[in-house]
Design a protein around this ligand. Structure first.
Ligand code: ZN
Length: 724
């Protein structure tokens, strides 16, 4: 159905949503809408206890579309509230008129209503008319008559239980939510907002909204606009982010309702007083918004510059970088010192959440390239003549000698505002006495992921939980460098990290420091390697052991032995997939019968780029894709939900992707597989047995993430060799 500009004759025809808007029918209405038009959305919001919002995208987010199709029906008026985004189970609906009516039949307590400008309303509406014209929404809604209980009597916990019973969750979602709920319940007697935010992103604040009788203002910081009003270090210190900066007040996203410390510091910096309205938000999303706000660089600034004299920092161990100073640097300006530009490159790479930064010669240029979400991107270029100055500066920071002929390793720490980032630095000689410097960022602040941060299926969660509860056994994690193995291992360790277990690790390097876990760093100079480190560590009576890498026969053998003597041992290995890891261990000289007895789980992992949630494009899966999905057994009937393709917007620097998703192939060892390992059966026999047991290959896991809308078919093409 095309969007037509007709005026609805019968307000109950679903088609009425195609019309522009109801003309005011009386003089009173005309006057009212005139008053509304001149009143700012800020004033209206304050008057009606709602939030004023500037939408990041003038359309309905994929999550919100999924939710409105589930919770709603076609709107009965031409200017209904518009679904725009989600907060946990709740649907954010936007309008320019706080008194507007139609919520598409979504029970009002499942919505969070926000105010937007007339212009944003019209643009968003246009997008929705087109979207729902292509794929119509159902005409009735069984949920419409749902009566809410008194949420304030139920409390957070009771409200959560009520949702499990009455909210239209899929069975798989319920099992997943219950699983994460039980895990939190094991840690604390009574669960607060933060605990529920761990159960599901934004769940805690959504529950608080319901319990407060919809009086607590809540919002998601990932939907907040970039801002330059408050300095980022100030926001970082207080974990707050402005949602809306108005003429009279600032709506401030915060983990708590108390923002006095922030106001105090803002005033003490000599700024005029601002009135703050606190808006409750998930801390994780606030931190993301702060990071995103700083993560800007202008690709047009990648050009030539002429630097000045070499200067070297006095303190070689910790390099202080001031975010305020960096904000004033324009890499195109020829008047900056080389040191400022080097610091700007480091700063920009970290702000853009790069994992590595390379400094190298490229034709007649010096360039800094950063690896963001797995892809290299040039962030700064300078004339060739600057290369040696930059290399010298970085080597000096890392305490390395200025020798140009040898490969060197070093380390440095960057202090950026409140944040500290450790950097591993490697220098390698290249042609004609040039050098290349490779820096890897070990960011302590990004911290340890939780299992609920991965998009895991119920089967995956069950296997991982079951495995981590074992009192002995061997867990193998395989994958190429940079496939997120360490992140997964830390998440696994952290899922069982409490005072009742003794967790010991031996690592190279220690990438994150985790409270409650005893971490040891290998030290070749003092003869402490993985194998003898493990021997020493066994004397410390550990329950769970992490061995950073089993790279030789001695370590592999020691790991297997430890896993047979009352320890759960986790280690990584270089192998292409989970079953090849078994052959790899055997070829390293581990006895078949020992491996058969000890192996609990073999996991293979890859990272695929995550589609940018601000610009990904929905499309109906075409027939060839439907066929592929059916052939790979990831669907049993035609897929009706859309899949997504990459487009590109400001938020993702035009790439269409932002962040990454982990694909995990999990092979749990059952009796049949155990027998096959012991017999030394061929890979094909083991694969067949695994598939019989519900095993899914990396490619199948990738396709599942495509169906879930997290990544694109292009991203997982390279994994098709692991297909069934
Ligand atoms: Zn984007």
């Amino acid at each position: 159905m095309a969007a037509t500009l007709q005026i609805p004759t019968n307000p109950l025809t679903p088609k009425s949503f195609g019309a522009a808007s109801n003309p005011p029918s009386t003089i009173v209405e005309a006057r009212q809408s005139a008053i509304l038009a001149i009143q700012s959305i800020e004033g209206l919001a304050l008057q009606h206890g709602m939030l004023p919002v500037t939408l990041l995208r003038e359309s309905c987010s994929p999550d919100a579309e999924r939710l409105i199709r589930k919770l709603g029906r076609v709107p009965y008026v031409a200017d209904p509230w518009l679904p725009v985004s989600t907060i946990g189970p709740l649907l954010v609906m936007a309008h320019h008129n706080p008194r507007a009516g139609d919520l598409w039949g979504v029970p009002h307590f499942f919505t969070i209503r926000v105010l937007i400008t007339q212009e944003q309303y019209q643009n968003t509406r246009k997008d929705l008319v087109q979207r729902f014209g292509q794929m119509p929404i159902s005409q009735s809604n069984a949920m419409e008559q749902l009566q809410p209980p008194v949420f304030s009597d139920l409390g957070l916990d009771g409200t959560f239980q009520w949702l499990l019973e009455h909210y239209p969750y899929e069975p798989a979602e319920i099992t997943k939510l219950k699983g994460f709920y039980d895990a939190q319940k094991g840690k604390a007697e009574s669960l607060g907002i933060t605990h529920f935010n761990v159960v599901q992103r934004n769940m805690g604040i959504a529950l608080q909204h319901l319990v407060s009788g919809c009086r607590t203002l809540v919002y998601s910081a990932t939907e907040a606009q970039r801002q330059s009003f408050f300095p980022i270090p100030l926001l970082e210190r207080h974990n707050v982010y402005p949602l809306y900066i108005g003429k009279q007040v600032v709506f401030l996203l915060s983990e708590s309702s108390d923002c006095y410390a922030f106001e105090d510091e803002w005033l003490s910096m000599g700024n005029p007083a601002v009135k703050i309205v606190p808006v409750l938000a998930d801390l994780a999303s606030i931190r993301e918004a702060i990071n995103r706000a700083g993560a800007t660089f202008d690709p047009s600034a990648v050009a030539t510059i002429e630097g000045a004299a070499l200067s070297v920092a006095d303190d070689a161990s910790v390099v202080e970088i001031s975010p305020e100073d960096m904000g004033r640097i324009n890499p195109q300006n020829p008047n900056h010192e080389p040191e400022q530009l080097v610091q700007w490159a480091l700063f920009t790479a970290i702000r853009c959440r790069a994992s590595d930064l390379h400094l190298e010669k490229f034709y007649s240029f010096t360039r800094f390239r950063a690896r963001m979400d797995g892809t290299m991107k040039t962030i700064m270029t300078a004339p060739e003549s600057q290369l040696n100055r930059y290399v010298a500066l970085l080597k000096n920071y890392a305490g390395m000698s200025q020798n140009r002929q040898e490969c060197q390793d070093g380390r440095m720490a960057l202090s950026i505002g409140r944040r500290r980032v450790d950097v591993r630095v490697a220098a390698v000689p290249t042609r004609r006495e040039f050098q290349k410097v490779i820096m890897r960022f070990l960011d302590k602040q990004d911290g340890v992921k939780r299992l609920s941060d991965f998009n895991l299926s119920q089967r995956q969660i069950d296997i991982l939980t079951r495995t981590m509860q074992r009192d002995q056994g061997l867990v193998l994690v395989t994958g190429p460098t940079g496939s997120g193995k360490t992140t997964t291992l830390y998440a696994l360790l952290n899922s069982v990290n409490d005072e009742s277990v003794n967790i010991q690790t031996i690592e190279d390097p220690i990438e994150y420091e985790i409270e409650g876990i005893n971490q040891t760093q290998t030290n070749n100079a003092r003869g402490l390697d993985f194998a003898n480190g493990l021997r020493a560590l066994l004397r410390a009576d550990p329950d769970i052991i992490l061995i950073g890498e089993s790279r030789d026969a001695e370590t592999a053998g020691a790991a297997v032995n430890a896993s047979l003597t009352g320890h759960l041992v986790l280690t990584t290995l270089h192998a292409n997939d989970s079953l090849r890891a078994v052959s790899r261990l055997l070829s390293m000289g581990v006895e078949k019968y020992l491996l058969a007895d000890s192996l609990a789980l073999s996991q293979a992992q890859r990272l695929a780029r995550r589609l940018c949630s601000y610009c990904k494009q929905p499309m109906q899966a075409p027939q060839d894709v439907q066929d592929l999905l059916a052939k790979q057994a990831v669907i049993s009937q035609p897929l009706t939900t859309p899949i997504y393709t990459a487009r590109g917007c400001d938020e993702c620097h035009g790439t269409g992707y932002s962040g990454r998703v982990a694909l995990m192939e999990l092979c749990e060892v059952n009796n049949e597989l155990r027998d096959l390992v012991e017999e030394g059966a061929p890979l094909s026999a083991m694969r067949a047995a695994a598939f019989k047991n519900g095993f899914r290959s990396l490619y199948q896991e990738g396709l599942q993430q495509v169906i879930g809308g997290h990544t694109s078919l292009d991203e997982i093409k390279c994994l098709s060799y692991t297909a069934m």
